[in-house]
Design a protein around this ligand. Sequence first.
Ligand code: ZN
Length: 200
Amino acid sequence: MLQCNCSILGDSDAGEAIVVDPGDDVARILAVLQKHKLRLSQIIITHAHIDHVGAASALRRATGAPIFLNQKDLALLSMMDWQAEFLGVPTPEIEAPDADAAKGLIVAAGNWRGEVLETPGHSQGSICLYFAPKSLLLAGDTLFAGGIGRTDLPGGDSGQIMRSIEGTLMQLPDSTIVVPGHGPETTIGEEREFNPFLVS
Ligand SMILES: [Zn+2]
């Protein structure tokens, strides 16, 4: 419903994949994995909003893959009833994650190797994933094409999200491709030049 971008990063030679932000639609995710003969090694959640984490437990049950979520978002995860009510949707089945997606954690599947960047502000435990060799950033709801994540929900902090974007994301090379949690992809250079929240 909220059009969250779910990313499936797979290496068909190694037969392994990572899924980032399975918000819903487990059957569709499983079909992609099956089509490319990929075994799921990790489920990474960029932050504990319902549209990013809603299908994580079901996907874990189907594949056995562990769920990684930054521990500073555990409080938000425990508010799933409130989040569902806020949106007027049923509460998804949510269980505790298996591991902390803390700063510097390396996520990997075959030739995909990325690093967790802690970028609080949209929520306290918001992270981005940076795949330096592929010049790719999965930005969750921290940075969008022409926008930034909202900070008016519980755990949001507008000063903090700007510090995360300017202090961490804008330190990446201009050529870095950014896949946000919602909407079209962009690049760090494009946002540096044109994002109204960053241009002063
Ligand atoms: Zn969000």
